[in-house]
Design a protein around this ligand. Structure first.
Ligand SMILES: [Fe+2]
Length: 191
């Protein structure tokens, strides 16, 4: 039976709006043995890495699409593989923020306000320049992740420290290696 004023039968309630029930930058109290201050700090640092990773992911897709030249196929596939791995990190980071009682940055327009990864031109650049941008984004994230992991670890948040070290840093370092090898000038046919 429907209550007064509600739609009848199976009609969904549409066009609903409500107040914000948790503000960005706040944490709820979860019984996981970590203080509110520790969780607040971890969420702030994780959200920054999350925002940068949310930019690195589409940057990889952009260059996966815009790739060109004799190594097109190899780089087209490699960049897509890296994109997929970065997307997995996005989910891990966001869910870690939620695990700590925080609010993960999600909307791309909010992400753009937080990230420090420089915006590339909307068009295509030469291949080495596109690869260089990816490497620079990796290093920016890695420097931040090392610092965040150290401080977060000192505050006792071992889970976030592990995520940053085992996933963000290890993945980023490996991807940077694979990219950097494409910027080494070596003879392909004759020495
Ligand atoms: Fe594709």
């Amino acid at each position: 039976m429907s209550s007064p004023g509600s739609p009848d039968g199976s009609q969904p309630w549409l066009h609903q709006r409500g107040r914000e029930i948790q503000g960005f930058g706040t944490v709820r109290q979860f019984p996981i043995g970590l203080s509110s201050d520790t969780r607040m700090y971890s969420c702030e640092r994780l959200n920054r890495v999350l925002a940068d990773t949310q930019i690195l992911y589409p940057l990889y897709k952009k260059y996966h699409w815009l790739m060109r030249g004799p190594t097109f196929y190899q780089l087209h596939l490699l960049l897509d593989k890296h994109a997929g791995e970065q997307l997995a990190l996005v989910d891990m980071l966001a869910e870690r923020v939620q695990t700590l009682g925080g609010v993960a940055v999600g909307d791309p327009r909010h992400v753009a306000e937080i990230t420090r990864v420089p915006r590339p031109p909307n068009g295509a650049e030469e291949v080495p320049a596109m690869l260089s941008r990816l490497l620079e984004a990796h290093e920016l994230i890695l420097i931040d992740a090392h610092d965040a992991a150290k401080r977060i670890g000192e505050m006792g948040d071992d889970g976030s420290n592990d995520l940053l070290v085992s996933n963000v840093i290890r993945t980023g370092e490996l991807q940077a290696w694979f990219l950097a090898e494409h910027l080494v000038e070596v003879p392909l046919v004759r020495t």
